[in-house]
Ligand binder design. Structure first.
Ligand code: DX5
Ligand code: ZN
Length: 220
């Protein structure tokens, strides 16, 4: 893995042949599998759960699985995702009444905790949670759907989060999720991100390896 991680969101994959899609995107150079979990409550869409995560592991996927929970509440399902083979489990602070407890639960379950912020949600809770997270995810679209436009003001937020993380001197990934494409990935990296979720920009193309290598070329 390089210092920059590319995380294809399987939300835009062909679910009828998901195992093969994940194999293909990993063979094409992806670093981790971004796994979007939606509940038609926290977000207006419904996707996949621990059974599908487990199925990917049984299929033979060995890359880290980056589970992004857009569900509320979160605590009951966290051990299920840990058993299903999740690597990172990322939650939104506004989806957990007791965030500190939730982050502990993810760690105790054997996974790496992440904290996700919607575009207009301030980073306030990160100040108190920074010593407990291994990943900070900044949404650059409103969560719920793939294929939306990147919201430019999130670049300032990436800079703000980068400054907070650097002050911590720990290995914390800074991930940007939503509307990431070949033509904006360099600007997002320049603002301080090191992990890039891309769904439609990768799965919407015919040649995943070509798309991922074009993204990497922009990262220098
Ligand atoms: C949106 C999801 C994203 C989404 C990204 O709620 O969290 O991971 O799939 O899709 P693109 O890259 O198409 O914006
Ligand atoms: Zn996501």
């Amino acid at each position: 893995m390089s210092d920059f991680w590319i995380a294809p969101s399987i939300l835009s994959a062909d679910f009828a042949r998901l195992g093969r899609e994940v194999d293909d995107v990993l063979a094409a150079g992806a670093d981790l599998v971004h796994f979007d979990v939606m509940d038609n409550h926290y977000v207006p869409n419904l996707t996949i759960g621990p059974l599908v995560c487990s199925a990917l592991r049984h299929h033979g996927v060995q890359a880290p699985i980056d589970v992004h929970l857009m569900i509320e509440p979160v605590d009951r399902i966290i051990p299920d995702f840990a058993s299903a083979g999740a690597s990172f489990i990322t939650v939104h602070p506004d989806a957990s009444t007791h965030l500190d407890r939730t982050l502990d639960l993810i760690r105790e379950s054997g996974c790496r905790p992440g904290l996700a912020f919607n575009p207009a949600t301030p980073l306030d809770s990160l100040r108190y949670a920074l010593d407990k997270v291994d990943l900070v995810l900044l949404m650059s679209v409103n969560p719920g759907f793939g294929g939306q436009q990147f919201i430019p003001y999130v670049l300032d937020k990436v800079k703000e989060a980068r400054a907070m993380i650097d002050a911590e001197h720990r290995d914390i990934r800074l991930e940007v999720d939503g509307g990431v494409k070949i033509d904006n990935i360099a600007a997002i990296a320049a603002a301080g991100a090191d992990t890039f979720v891309a769904g439609s920009a990768i799965f919407g193309t015919d040649d995943y390896a070509d798309t991922i290598s074009r993204m990497r070329a922009k990262l220098g």
